[in-house]
Design a protein around this ligand. Structure first.
Ligand SMILES: [Zn+2]
Ligand SMILES: [Zn+2]
Length: 352
């Protein structure tokens, strides 16, 4: 089968590799769409970051490895013991695979498992004609949902968890720094809950996308002081919660200072350099700063929200052919062109 195999930085090859088979408890999928994530970009240009050059403790997988962790596929085979996954149904995949018996796993906090593995980094991933996942990682999509929508469930699950971490009620205000796919997902999720959304992003394209999707205010941080502007929009107090979905030190500081006392600042972006905060800047705002452990547990809620129409895709989702993965996918995203790019990996055999 055809697969996008990561050999190291700037070395991603479309190769012919053996087709995987479903072992006991597994589900084998024909991949239809696989989204490209910011972390794939980081792996491609600056890796290895999440992939490994030594065997992963849980999976034994090391490079070269097939990338791809935001995927929707059609069930084509199931392993021994899997009885509740009909052939032909569409599933979205939660890419986290954990050991199942440590304290974190027992408490249901599987992203914190010391052995946690990520599909598409520590397992052969979804940028391939076929991939195999454990049954509990496969979430069935309801009839009528498309494979493109299915491939958006994973990043939207990260956004959904971020929205929950904000702890907001209808009528309150959030300031979202960064209007990439995660920022857009947080905007849509919170707007749906009646929260007023301020989005801060230097890109006119991204600001116009979130304006169309329902952000109440957008700000250009190159054109104004975003902290002062957020305070102006919130009676001088700052937002009830802020989200750093940008990953720039300036965005984190603006999130911290643009949040009111006792508010929450949620970091969902991956920062590539340490964030340096002068001590008094950390001490005085009296803001709760937290992170987000990926997509954990959010899949059923996001699939239900998607079915209700909470996540319109106009203006921010596009598809490219598999062969164009590097040129029209990774390289364009690196230049900040495009928002969510889904790779068209295969054609469904069944009718959905
Ligand atoms: Zn991702
Ligand atoms: Zn564990």
């Amino acid at each position: 089968m055809r697969a996008a195999v990561y050999h190291g930085p700037r070395d991603l090859r479309l190769e012919s590799v053996p087709e995987p088979e479903a072992g006991p408890g597994d589900v084998k999928l024909r991949v239809l769409y696989n989204g490209i994530c910011g972390s794939d970009l980081h792996e491609y240009y600056d890796g290895p970051v999440t992939t490994r050059t030594t065997p992963h403790p849980l999976t034994g997988v090391k490079n070269p490895v097939i990338l791809g962790h935001e995927l929707c596929g059609e069930v084509v085979a199931v392993g021994e013991g899997v009885e509740d996954m009909p052939l032909g149904c569409l599933v979205a995949v939660d890419p986290l695979e954990s050991c199942g018996h440590c304290v974190w796993c027992k408490d249901g906090q599987y992203p914190h498992c010391p052995q946690v593995a990520l599909h598409g980094y520590n397992r052969q991933g979804g940028l391939a004609e076929y991939t195999v996942v454990r049954r509990d990682m496969a979430h069935r999509l309801p009839p009528g949902m498309t494979a493109q929508q299915g491939a958006l469930i994973e990043p939207l699950a990260v956004a959904f968890n971020t929205a929950n971490r904000c702890g907001l009620e209808a009528g309150q205000t959030v300031a979202i720094h960064g209007a990439g796919p995660i920022g857009i997902g947080v905007c849509l999720t919170l707007k749906r809950r009646g929260v007023n959304v301020i989005v801060i992003d230097p890109s006119p394209l991204r600001r116009s996308v979130v304006e169309r999707l329902g952000a109440r205010w957008t700000l250009d941080p190159t054109d104004c002081d975003p902290v002062a502007a957020v305070r102006d929009l919130t009676g001088g107090r700052g937002a009830h919660a802020s989200v750093d979905a940008a990953g720039a030190p300036s965005a984190f500081r603006a999130a911290l200072h643009g949040t009111r006392v006792d508010g929450t600042a949620v970091v969902v972006a991956i920062h590539h350099v340490p964030i340096v905060i002068p001590p008094f800047e950390m001490l005085m705002p009296e803001v709760y700063v937290t992170g987000v452990a990926m997509s954990a547990h959010a899949f059923p809620s996001v699939i239900a929200e998607m079915a209700l129409g909470s996540y319109p895709q106009d203006g921010w989702v596009e598809t490219i052919p598999f062969e164009a993965l590097v040129e029209r996918g990774l390289e364009r995203l690196k230049r900040q062109e495009g928002l969510k790019i889904l790779v068209d990996v295969g054609t469904p055999t069944a009718k959905h």
